[in-house]
Design a protein around this ligand. Structure first.
Ligand code: F6P
Length: 544
């Protein structure tokens, strides 16, 4: 694939730009106007990237060569583009605000989508108003979502992000980890008479979730001493009614979704139930509306003014042409503290692949970078040293709220100053002459200046995007998440991979299933490699 005309043109562009410093590109005073755009009330400033008009045009040519507009149309139309699972990819139907049918296998899915949304809305109102009662007649005060991966990260991230919108008398917890410590810690904070457990699992067969769910069920029964009480305290979100019933949850209290919703794209579905309860149906609806606005933008804006396309192509530019291996996500909005973890799954589970759609190995290009990050100012005091003076090229997305969700804005000027200063420092750096001047201003002796100089220089030339919005509302958050979802899709199209399967999670699960009975029996039974056998023996003999 890397011998296609568009790819070759990009290679030439990279060679031309490789020795040009970002500072020099900023000699153009119109750079912000040329390399920024606004969509859905979010500004994307991509001027601090190592590209110019010619390189950008070459990136758009690649998107054209890979038929990106056609792939966008295919996805939204319900075509089964997840070909290894023979599934449509229609998380966008979950937030669709129009009146047209969306057809999968000859059936319009929209009536089912609206029915589940309605069910979620009605149920959430019962819980929020106190009409829904626990087995002793008390109202619900604590919500515990038990799920993992897409059944945890999305709802948890949004729940935290929209702190200011939460019901004041409800508290929420998200339990995901298999280590019993996680559920134990949460159960300590729960009262069985006033807690509602949402068991969230698309398949309802995920080991971590089911193990935690059974522990919660047993804890509850130890108090209630009555199986009939379960239906007041346990509801399920799943595509698998049979397994939900087997667990003992009344399927009237089950909220369904469909195989055309991928786990990591599912927060818009019934997986969002804890959000509807915590935030209320209107705010959840606003989240959907924000995502829909980005969907419309993605489908209708020309490539050159299309925010997800631009974000996707810039990421690819560094992965494939500058040999970057990672991408940092740096929210300067504390509410988005869980966004890096959410995007890790979204991007790495989608595009961490080494096989083209037709089954051929990807030999000549890298796919998804390692996604990582942390809330802005905290990161500055931890890993930014490496961003500024390390040897890696690390493209970074700065996600910046002009206003905080806090009641007072007294810290906000400092937050904004830090965010903007970091992107500026990464871009411009500080050269030898400037550093010398700085050290002179600090009053250092000439000898001390010579000693310190090499350690105090900043090479700069580190690229970043800035995504800026006024304040994190449900609409803005919906648009922001949809922006990244579509970015991932654009990249998958350019790499010619299926973003919507996740076979890579299977092997470890299968091997764990083989080891589990041996560990339970505390005896090595099977033939394993020397390391596994050695570790098993240590567990059995060394730490008892
Ligand atoms: O990690 C694999 C995965 O299948 C994810 O894609 C998914 O989000 C997660 O496990 C949880 O799956 P489920 O919702 O079926 O429990």
């Amino acid at each position: 694939m890397n011998n296609s005309p568009a790819w070759q043109a990009l290679t030439a562009q990279q060679q031309r730009l490789a020795s040009i410093h970002l500072r020099d590109l900023f000699a153009d005073e119109q750079r912000f106007q040329k390399f920024s755009l606004k969509a859905c009330d979010i500004v994307l400033d991509f001027s601090k990237n190592r590209l110019d008009e010619a390189a950008l045009a070459a990136l758009f040519a690649l998107a054209q060569e890979r038929h990106t507009p056609q792939w966008i149309a295919k996805q939204f139309s319900g075509e089964k583009i997840n070909h290894t699972e023979n599934r449509a990819v229609l998380h966008t139907a979950l937030r669709y605000q129009g009146q047209q049918p969306i057809v999968v296998d000859g059936e319009d899915v929209m009536p089912k989508v609206r029915a589940v949304l309605n069910h979620m809305g009605e149920f959430s109102e019962q819980v929020r108003s106190g009409q829904w009662r626990g087995y002793t007649g008390k109202r619900i005060k604590t919500l515990v979502n038990i799920g993992i991966g897409g059944s945890d990260l999305g709802p948890k991230m949004v729940d935290t992000a929209l702190e200011a919108y939460k019901h004041p008398q409800l508290q929420s917890f998200y339990v995901s980890n298999l280590d019993a410590l996680h559920i134990q810690q949460v159960l300590k904070a729960c009262d069985p008479e006033t807690s509602l457990f949402i068991i969230a699992s698309k398949t309802f067969s995920t080991q971590e979730t089911l193990t935690n769910a059974y522990t919660a069920r047993q804890w509850f029964l130890n108090h209630a001493q009555n199986e009939a009480a379960i239906e007041h305290h346990f509801v399920a979100v799943s595509t698998n009614a049979a397994l939900v019933e087997k667990f003992g949850i009344n399927t009237n209290n089950m909220f369904g979704f469909w195989d055309w919703v991928g786990g990591r794209y599912s927060l818009w579905s019934a997986i969002g139930l804890p959000l509807v309860i915590m935030l209320g149906r209107d705010n959840f609806h606003a989240l959907l509306k924000g995502a829909y606005a980005m969907d419309v933008h993605f489908q209708t804006a020309p490539l050159a003014r299309n925010m997800p396309v631009i974000l996707g192509l810039i990421g690819l530019w560094y992965d494939n042409f500058f040999n970057a291996s990672t991408q940092a996500i740096l929210p300067y909005d504390y509410a988005l503290q869980h966004l890096p973890a959410y995007l890790q799954q979204l991007e790495m589970e989608s595009n961490g692949k080494r096989t083209h759609r037709n089954g051929a190995s990807i030999a000549d290009m890298k796919t998804c970078p390692v996604i990582w990050g942390a809330a802005g100012n905290n990161g500055q005091h931890a890993f930014y040293q490496l961003l500024h003076q390390g040897q890696h090229l690390i493209p970074a997305d700065f996600i910046v709220a002009a206003q905080s969700q806090a009641d007072n804005q007294s810290h906000q000027a400092a937050v904004l100053a830090n965010a903007l200063a970091q992107t500026q420092a990464l871009m411009a750096g500080r050269n030898e002459a400037e550093t010398r001047q700085q050290l002179q201003a600090e009053g250092l002796s000439e000898a001390e200046i010579e000693h310190q100089l090499p350690h105090r220089i900043f090479a700069g030339n580190q690229p970043s995007n800035t995504l800026l919005y006024k304040k994190l509302t449900p609409e803005i958050l919906g648009s922001l998440i949809a922006l990244y979802e579509h970015k991932v899709f654009v990249q998958s199209v350019c790499w010619d991979i299926n973003a919507y399967d996740q076979w890579g999670v299977e092997l470890g699960k299968q091997m764990a299933a083989v080891l589990l009975p041996e560990i339970e029996a505390r005896q090595v039974q099977g033939q394993h490699d020397a390391s596994t056998t050695g570790l098993l023996k240590q567990i059995f003999n060394g730490y008892d």
